[in-house]
Design a protein around this ligand. Structure first.
Ligand code: GDP
Ligand code: CA
Length: 315
């Protein structure tokens, strides 16, 4: 079986770890969000790709959900001692090495997709991880504060401001001219099922769907999503602030409508959201808290079962 998943960071990575357990023989291709990418201290940082790579490769800081286990922060402290900005983004020493290698390869002329593949040689995530695009695409957030109305990088809004200043708009700079990375459209074309993990529907999955060609490639595919919203709240993080910014309610119902039919064929919601109903979308209620790998595997299994049901196949 060939599975494609469109993934952001923490929610995506934890779901994928369950998916590997639920479908050990499947060929899994992960299309990763790069809209959160940021250049810091001259280094290319790809938070979502790294979260997937570290989580599936066994190097993640488990409680935090991002960054490396057993991390130290000597470089960050030294940079701060020089008064170098920004100091609000947490980069550990081990993590720095990833960004140094990535930047060195990018500067040597390799596209991000090739660099990601090279980094995965070390981490062996057990999936094929491809960035959504090799082109520079950045999520910016329009805010208004005492300095006036302006756009800041997504990370500045998310990490420095902790999404505390209301976003008036979320813009994907460079999206219109971006091309899907090599392998993305082929993987979708060959997929038996496409999964939308419980990732941020605006700045993770929504971003990937904005790359010209990707949404079109999904037409005619069996697409099953898992709600990142349970009982009107994001399970962790501040995804509600992103939904509010684009005028969408924080509910499993509204996120299903945002993806909408014909893109979405199946939708898993939590048991408290069993009433969700969207025309053209088959909805099922299941426990959706990824409390551990087993729970994540059960959710992934339910998503694959729903895909089978929709395709009219008896598993
Ligand atoms: P990020 O890039 O690190 O923000 O991660 P993602 O975009 O992959 O996903 C973040 C979203 O995952 C959060 O906003 C939550 O709504 C969702 N999420 C996190 N943990 C769980 C969980 O246990 N169950 C479900 N259903 N959603 C979750
Ligand atoms: Ca992210």
């Amino acid at each position: 079986m060939r599975i494609v998943a469109l993934a952001g960071g923490i929610g995506g990575a934890r779901f994928l770890r369950g998916l590997k357990l639920a479908a050990p023989d499947a060929e899994i291709t992960v299309i990763g969000n790069t809209g959160d990418d940021i250049i810091l201290f001259g280094l290319q940082v790809c938070p979502d790709l790294d979260t997937v790579m570290y989580t599936l490769g066994g190097g993640i800081h488990e409680e935090q959900g991002w960054g490396r286990a057993g991390e130290t922060f000597a470089v960050k402290e030294e940079l701060a001692a020089y008064g170098v900005e920004p100091q609000w983004f947490g980069l550990g020493d081990r993590d720095f090495a990833t960004h140094i290698v990535r930047t060195q390869m990018l500067n040597a002329g390799y596209p991000l997709s090739a660099v990601t593949e090279a980094l995965c040689h070390r981490w062996r995530p057990g999936v094929r991880l491809i960035p959504m695009t090799d082109d520079r695409v950045e999520t910016h957030v329009v805010i208004e504060d005492d300095r006036g109305r302006r756009a800041v990088h997504f990370q500045e809004w998310w990490v420095r401001l902790r999404a505390g200043v209301p976003a008036q708009d979320i813009v994907l700079v460079g999206a219109d001219d971006a091309k899907p990375a090599p392998g993305v459209l082929d993987a979708i074309a060959e997929a038996d099922v496409v999964l939308l993990p419980p990732s941020n529907p605006v700045v993770s999955v929504g971003t990937i769907l904005r790359i010209p060609g990707i949404r079109e490639a999904l037409t005619g595919k069996t697409v099953v999503g898992v709600s990142p919203i349970i009982g009107g709240a994001p399970v962790r993080g501040m995804a509600d602030a992103c939904l509010t910014a684009i005028g969408v309610e924080t509910s499993a119902q509204a996120v299903a409508e945002l993806y909408g039919s014909p893109l979405l064929d199946g939708w898993l919601v939590a048991e408290e959201d069993a009433g969700v109903s969207v025309e053209g979308v088959v909805t099922r209620a299941r426990p959706l808290l990824m409390t551990d790998e087993r729970a994540a595997a059960d959710i992934a299994r339910a998503a694959l079962d729903l895909a089978d049901e929709i395709r009219g196949v008896t598993a």
